[in-house]
Design a protein around this ligand. Structure first.
Ligand code: SAH
Ligand code: SF4
Ligand code: F3S
Length: 440
């Protein structure tokens, strides 16, 4: 179909939203839409939103407000809100911001074309159902070459863990694993389109338990081993994992599967057993450390990253010190840390909050330590050889940029013909967020 209309899509939040946005673009391409970076020339603007923290959710409303002049200039411009804010707030979004025509939750993107037809007929459209069917089975896939050699593939959605602070079980629904056969055929299609690296996604990716072609339930490790057999696929990653689902077969895969990259994002949130209990994380600090030891025994150069929440209700200075202690023991290569944000409908939102200035000060201390660790991990790369998958042109002429095995950004002088290929490089300069290297 030749494109006649233009779609602008803005993605907030996690990688699962990035994957969903790509699939929405593909679905809308089948409806005659091509994408545009410029919201000003769009016929349809979709915001694929995130509800994880208050700031993320409020950003959506300020961005929507800024679309007013576009809508005034072009009355048939359609504006839709998708993603986790759509799921959490539903019709309230249209009440608060009347220029929104359409609200669609994360599990019903395959119904977008039908919803747009209703909007074209002058209605407002709202769909936040969580249907039985898998949206991905009903979304078309493009056959054109992939834009990047690294792609996401959602294998598992939703969460049954109900951490006391988190909206995901409410916005994404119950945990569902996609069947193995579908995933392998999607992975093969990606590789045929030029993809060399696949990152398996799930809110709880290591809880994956999908229906296998042999009638068995497959674990994430089983799936990784099957992907390992796809010729042309060079690298496999997965994110995000929960410590309680880090099974022995997955730990050994980190030692035995050459395509599985030595990087693991394993959020712990806090180093205090008391706070972990209040968070409903269902493990303690010592168990987490033991797990890290096992992982490092399987793969000594494994780069670890994590997520932390500071200022969770009830967190004392001693609890916070326990988090710093855990960080010192683990030595993270990278990490994300957030000030606790009370979310409507979650159990922790009912509890008394830690004063803002206390939480802010703790966050600064934690981030200083995490930055120090990241810089140490980066500096340790100087003089070392590593592989890089070149993904795009660099800022300077003749330069390409890509990711190391450890997910570090690396730039090097390299011919354009090396785009989409894995090359061996030696690191020459280390900065906090990137490495410079030369081809070996
Ligand atoms: N499924 C993943 C994380 C999903 S959300 C896991 O279980 O670890 C990503 C990160 O956002 C979380 O790891 C947590 O650190 C942070 N987060 C979630 N809810 C939050 C809240 N209410 N306030 C602050 N940070 C939050
Ligand atoms: Fe949220 Fe916890 Fe589920 Fe992660 S495991 S998505 S933090 S409820
Ligand atoms: Fe945000 Fe939803 Fe992802 S709340 S982090 S976009 S699952």
């Amino acid at each position: 179909m030749t494109a006649t209309k233009k779609l602008h899509i803005k993605t907030y939040g996690c990688q699962m939203n990035v994957y969903d946005s790509e699939r929405m673009v593909e679905a809308m391409a089948a409806e005659g839409y091509e994408t545009t970076e410029d919201a000003g020339e769009a016929d349809l603007i979709l915001l694929n939103t995130c509800h994880i923290r208050e700031k993320a959710a409020e950003k959506v409303y300020s961005d929507l407000g800024r679309l007013r002049p576009l809508k005034d200039a072009k009355p048939d411009l359609r504006i839709g809100v998708a993603g986790c804010v759509a799921q959490a707030e539903g019709g309230e979004i249209m009440a608060r911001q009347p220029l929104v025509d359409l609200v669609v939750g994360p599990q019903t993107y395959h119904r977008l074309p039908a919803m747009l037809a209703r909007v074209a007929a002058g209605e407002k459209a709202l769909d936040t159902e969580m249907p039985e069917e898998d949206k991905f089975d009903h979304l078309p896939q493009l056959r054109t070459p992939a834009a990047k050699p690294s792609a996401f593939l959602t294998v598992q959605e939703g969460c049954d863990k109900f951490c006391a602070f988190c909206v995901v079980p409410y916005t994404r629904g119950a945990e569902v694993s996609r069947p193995v056969t579908r995933l392998l055929s999607e992975a093969r299609a990606l590789v045929d389109r030029g993809v060399r690296e696949i990152t398996l996604l799930g809110q709880n990716v290591n809880a994956y338990h999908g229906a296998g072609p042999d009638g068995r339930t497959w674990s994430l490790a089983d799936l990784i081993w099957a992907l390992d057999g796809i010729e042309g696929l060079a690298r496999i990653r997965f994110t995000t994992s929960h410590p309680n689902d880090m099974t022995d077969d997955l730990i050994s895969a980190h030692g035995d599967c050459a395509k599985l990259m030595p990087y693991l994002h394993l959020p712990v949130q806090s180093g205090s057993d008391r706070i972990l209990k209040a968070m409903n994380r269902k493990h303690g600090a010592a168990e987490y450390i033991k797990l890290i030891d096992k992982l490092r025994a399987a793969r000594p150069d494994l780069a670890l990253s994590g997520d932390f929440i500071v200022g969770f209700p009830g967190e004392t200075e001693a609890d916070f010190e326990a988090t710093l202690d855990l960080v010192r023991q683990v030595r993270y290569a990278a990490a994300y840390s957030f000030r606790y944000s009370p979310r409507p409908g979650t159990p922790a939102a009912e509890r008394p909050e830690v004063p803002t200035e206390v939480a802010v000060e703790r966050l600064h201390r934690l981030q200083a330590l995490l930055t120090e660790q990241q810089q140490a991990a980066q500096a340790a790369m100087i003089g070392r050889e590593t592989n890089v998958l070149f993904e795009k042109a660099g800022r300077l002429p003749g330069q390409l940029v890509g990711k190391s095995d450890y997910l570090q950004a690396v730039h090097a002088d390299a011919p354009e013909s090396m785009l989409g290929r894995v090359a061996r490089v030696r690191v020459t300069v280390a900065k906090t967020n990137s490495l410079a290297a030369e081809l070996v």
